[in-house]
Design a binder for this molecule. Structure first.
Ligand code: AP5
Ligand code: MG
Length: 212
């Protein structure tokens, strides 16, 4: 079985974009804690109501809540996952190993990119409300404004993709990423790729890492 894959990287570094391609071409299952949390908000569940304000502000939801949600959506017996958006701090990195992965083999990939490049990517992102396809008004615009090329669904902007919240998200990332990288480095499971390249080149680098 391929190792479970953990994508690490700043908001807008391209984790979701690349995960979709890995799912389509290499038979992975995509597990994004951000997507799981947004689903809770959309369904207006108790959990959704609890986390909405935190996510809108660009802060991190508490570790126990996210870990529980992740674990409930994860069956490692028969699936190879891409963990996207988890772990986000040192505690989550340890918990992923001890509570979720246990003995499963895993590899982490860090999407390295200058954070100054990311605000433009994020504020120009649009996502299909039907199939989840990710667009960008600057680099990957849909053929028809507001409409998904793939399924005809409506394109929407994430609530946390405004300039002010993006600043907070990038700041939170800067303050929390080091222990996460140290955790995977110390256990010999960390690869780094240059996420400033075009999506095709990033995919090539990612594929090489998964096959190494
Ligand atoms: P989450 O949904 O995980 O968001 P994020 O980490 O901020 O990352 P993004 O989804 O914004 O970026 P991405 O790397 O997926 O980029 P994408 O591929 O879309 O988390 C949201 C919130 O949920 C958090 O703030 C927190 O509140 C909460 N949360 C989630 N997990 C949590 C956890 N574990 N603990 C606590 N709280 C948690 O690309 C972005 C744009 O760039 C797109 O427009 C795309 O088209 C474009 N693009 C992609 N690649 C390229 C490229 N190579 N060149 C040019 N443009 C590109
Ligand atoms: Mg994402």
């Amino acid at each position: 079985m391929k190792p479970q894959l953990i994508l690490l990287g700043a908001p807008g570094s391209g984790k979701g974009t690349q995960a979709a391609r890995l799912v389509a071409e290499l038979d992975y299952n995509h597990l994004s804690t951000g997507d799981l949390l947004r689903k809770e908000i959309k369904s207006e569940s108790e959990l959704g109501k609890k986390v909405q304000g935190i996510m809108d502000a660009g802060k991190l939801v508490d570790d126990d809540t996210v870990l529980e949600l992740l674990n409930a959506n994860c069956d490692l017996g028969s699936n190879v996952y891409i963990f996207d958006g988890f772990p986000r701090n040192g505690e989550q990195a340890k918990a992923l190993d001890s509570v979720v992965l246990k003995d499963a083999k895993s590899k982490a990939v860090y999407f390295e990119i200058d954070l100054d490049m990311l605000a433009a990517r994020l504020t120009n992102r649009r996502t299909c409300s039907g199939c989840g396809e990710i667009y960008n008004l600057l680099s990957k615009a849909p053929s028809k404004e507001g409409v998904c090329d793939k399924c005809g669904g409506e394109l929407t902007q994430r609530k946390d993709d405004n300039e002010e919240t993006v600043k907070t998200r990038l700041q939170v990332f800067k303050e929390t990423i080091d222990p996460v990288l140290a955790h995977y480095e110390a256990t010999g499971r960390l690869a780094r790729i240059d996420a400033s390249q075009d999506p095709e080149s990033v995919f090539g680098a990612l594929k090489a890492v998964t096959e190494a």
